[in-house]
Design a protein around this ligand. Sequence first.
Ligand code: PMP
Length: 446
Amino acid sequence: LEQWDREYIWHPFTQMQEYIKDSPLVVERGEGSYLIDIEGKRYLDGVSSLWVTVHGHNKKDLNSAIEEQLNKIAHSTLLGLANVPSILLAKKLVEITPPGLNKVFYSDSGSTAVEIALKIAFQYWKQKDGGAFSKKIRYISMGEAYHGDTIGSVSVGGMEMFHDIFRPLLFDCVHVPAPYCYRCPLGLAKPSCGMACAQAVEEVMAKSHHEIAAMIIEPLVQGAAGMIVAPEGYLRRVRELCSRYNILLIADEVAVGFGRTGKMFACEHEGVTPDLMCLAKGITGGYLPLAATLATYEVYQAFLGTHSECKTFFHGHTYTGNPVACSAALANIKLIEEERIIGGLGEKISFLEQGLKRFIGLAHVGDIRQKGLMAGIELVKNKGTKEPYLWEDNIGHKVIMEARKNGLVIRPLGNVIVLMPLLSMSIPELDRVLDITYHSIAKITG
Ligand code: PMP
């Protein structure tokens, strides 16, 4: 299997194949917080299988919900037909997301949820008030943003690495400074900066609002950029600015949704309702691919009209609203509610926070950023000068491979080691995640 994996699979981010070639990990099963490989070796899943798993692997309730639906029907189309689980799930999503979001458009991945939001925002202004706002065709997004890998979602991404090679294909987007306080792009420091990064958003909007359709943001935490946590009040300020300047706000909750930050949705921390909200990853608890883009009625109504008025939103994936995936999502949300998962997170979040404190004592740990059960540990060559490790140092991968030898799967994002434990992880398991991570960083960085 290891040989065929190397021979036949083109893994995402090809260079990863290079890193893992001497010690591949072929997963065969999962059990609670553990991944089990083909040789029966157990690994703690410290990244929730790419930030998706909520209740653990091989959870009976989720397996049974999926099986029950499979015994009814595996798939039917939402193009012209409806199905039971997708209706029930849409109703549930409208109930649990911030008030005001009340239409659900389904797709299959975080990238498509974003792509859909961008297209809706574009078309909304084209159609609103008979096309009076049709010059609003650009977007604002954050420096260091990550919103997916399709052309549209890469266009609004702000990470050079993902962008550069595709630049000729990408559409226009204005990037505002990321609220990356450890390496402030404006060269300022908290608290004397007075949140100048939010002021920069206002400057862009004041100047260009007549041509901006929407601003897209990862609420509270820019995950793929290495867990950049925005200062308190930033998201609320962005919401106010979008409303003031007549710009739609798209909240990309693909990574932070479904409990990650300690509340069901990150927008709740600041009482924000976006105009469009993108959900994926944790929506099925990590069991099946599914995504949803939610819209307010105000946005939706710009698409109402007769066939001849051509207000149709031309977008529809084959597996949109797949009944099995929707059943998994319904079961996932039911479990979150029944097992009071969100209420129980407080203790785990503080445990993680306490446990991370000792990491700052390590010679090459420059910064630690945490929100809820997501954390990033930034490694630096020199703590005093914040000199970063170079790409060729490959430091993140060395650390995660050391952790893997010791039975823990974690992930690097450049020089940042990311921890994304399952929401269901027990305190002793969390302790082990912290312990192995600490010793792996200490061993590799010296
Ligand atoms: N938005 C955010 C904030 C993400 O973190 C990701 C995935 N890491 C995506 C969008 C893209 O999701 P997917 O990989 O399911 O396309």
